[in-house]
Design a protein around this ligand. Sequence first.
Ligand SMILES: Cc1ncc(COP(=O)(O)O)c(C=O)c1O
Length: 339
Amino acid sequence: MAVIDLRSDTVTKPSEAMRRAIASAEVGDDVYGEDPTVNALQARVAERLGKAAGLFVPSGSMGHQAPLHACSRPGDTVLAGAGAHVLRYEGGAAAALSGLQVQTLGSDGFFDAADVHAAVTPRDAHYASVRIVAVENTHNSGGGRIFPLERIRGVADAAREHDLHLHLDGARLWNASVASGTPMAEWAAPFDSVTVCLSKGLGAPVGSVVCGSEAVIERVHRARKRLGGGMRQAGVLAAAGLYALEHHVERLAVDHANARRLADGLVAMGLAVAPAPETNILMFEHDDAAGLSRALHERDLWINPMGPGRLRAVTHLDVDADAIDDAVDRIAATLDRRA
Ligand SMILES: Cc1ncc(COP(=O)(O)O)c(C=O)c1O
């Protein structure tokens, strides 16, 4: 039985065509700014996001930690939605590397201007200074939901009013853009810095790009150096990103359709799917999430538990509709339920 891996959209392997692009990449020393493929990728992503400059970084985590580091001082506070990746899944990096405390707002990953106003502290020596607001779109632990643009614009107005840096964790902004039909640049416009990943739904093996104004990216560049993220002949990695931009963005609609297909199968066998998938992430409930995950693993279906009563399945480039139907059958057989 072939393994069906729905743990994450990061598990994809580079296609033959992507590997050819990697093999033929023109390279140079990027720490000297001399890698033409890295430079082309940075320019291409910045253009897609409507920003003046871009910077290639090895991971999404560095893609957030570098701008946070660059735009704050130790002791400052970062505001982020509940369950934010930057707080929960980056090894405590904001505290360890930049001396930041993260304060969460809202309850489902989303929040509003009023939450920002309420969290901003008075100018008084007792308080930590709130310096940055970080938005995650789509929201991973919120089930791949899209942060509505109107709410983002409200948050941006509040951030500007208090002179806060507004950062976007856009690891899966491509999914938000394809699902909504709203261009990347429109989603990115309210933000001072935006990080997008190439190694999630887009199927590249490595890499993210931070975009912003020339001045912001110059500071982020220094932070990247400090964090050890300067890479040399990184064009071999950037080539995969360029290939992905060209071939793997529009097809995200297929992943979204497959997530809905999986949701339909689960609901038909009586499982609770919540929230309904908006993009490529699907959350469903089961009393013994860890036990079910182990039992599915024995049938070569890999789905991670996300807390005691919830599992997360993520669709991606390497699973097609037939694999989704097969996954539904394996879940039904494991639970002894007929769809
Ligand atoms: C929303 C979000 N932000 C950031 C990251 C971090 O990316 P990386 O694993 O490349 O560090 C992830 C990883 O899955 C993510 O889901």
